[in-house]
Design a protein around this ligand. Sequence first.
Ligand code: FAD
Ligand code: FES
Length: 232
Amino acid sequence: MRRVKVIERRKEAKDTESIYFEGCSEALPGQFIMVWLPGIDEFPMSLSRIGRISSITALKKGAGTEALMSADEFSIRGPFGNGFSLCRGKEKDKEKEKKILIAGGIGMASLLPMVARDDTVFLGAKSKDYLPFVDEMRARGADVRIATDDGSCGFKGSVIESLPEHLCSERIYACGPMEMLRSLYEHGIDAEASLESYMKCAIGICDSCTINGFVVCREGPVVKLDRIFGSR
Ligand SMILES: Cc1cc2nc3c(=O)[nH]c(=O)nc-3n(C[C@H](O)[C@H](O)[C@H](O)COP(=O)(O)OP(=O)(O)OC[C@H]3O[C@@H](n4cnc5c(N)ncnc54)[C@H](O)[C@@H]3O)c2cc1C
Ligand code: FES
């Protein structure tokens, strides 16, 4: 556990803020840290930017994320988890190949470190006010396609409904709520996805994060969807 100072904050969307701090420069895209705010809570956050200065991006949900948005410093453990396979070991040289990234709202935070020129990003949110990182991803040269539940920006409907009928690529990465990931799988897309699950220890001993026998904090959070939803 170490204490870090907030170096900078950036508003990304409604109720959504990036918090910059020094550290985690060796982390992989898809890894997460545990953020501890004394007297309030400890909870997992994906690294949304990785470097000498890294960031996490919080969507205000409850007491933890609300306190994070006004803290001058906080404590962290980690980084934990496996990260996306593209960024690990032998796969690393394929990092520049075109990818398809599919995210629901704040799920985009864990995918953001991978977004590069010529990638296609499908991003969904409840309305245009809740779409994070769009300008930044377009500035990197990605083709960002938007879906909103209320039709206030882009396709009207869910991000899964907005996908083209035959989405064909070996490199499809996703992050979002479980229902979104299940729907993606049911559409025949066996993406590599980062899972959200209730976490406490983050090191594989308390069993609070396990989904269908998969220990999300230790074996994941990134996994092929068929490991979670069963092979076709
Ligand atoms: C690997 C991973 C990465 C994540 N990355 C992000 C991110 O980048 N940005 C973001 O905004 N959110 C992220 N989350 C979700 C975030 O950790 C939860 O929404 C967290 O509970 C928010 O805390 P809160 O007190 O504001 O919200 P609340 O929902 O009010 O929390 C209520 C209670 O539920 C508990 N709780 C709820 N969900 C979780 C959880 N997943 N793990 C542990 N405790 C939980 C909290 O401890 C708290 O006591 C991630 C979750 C996981 C598993
Ligand atoms: S959070 Fe304790 S086993 Fe995963």
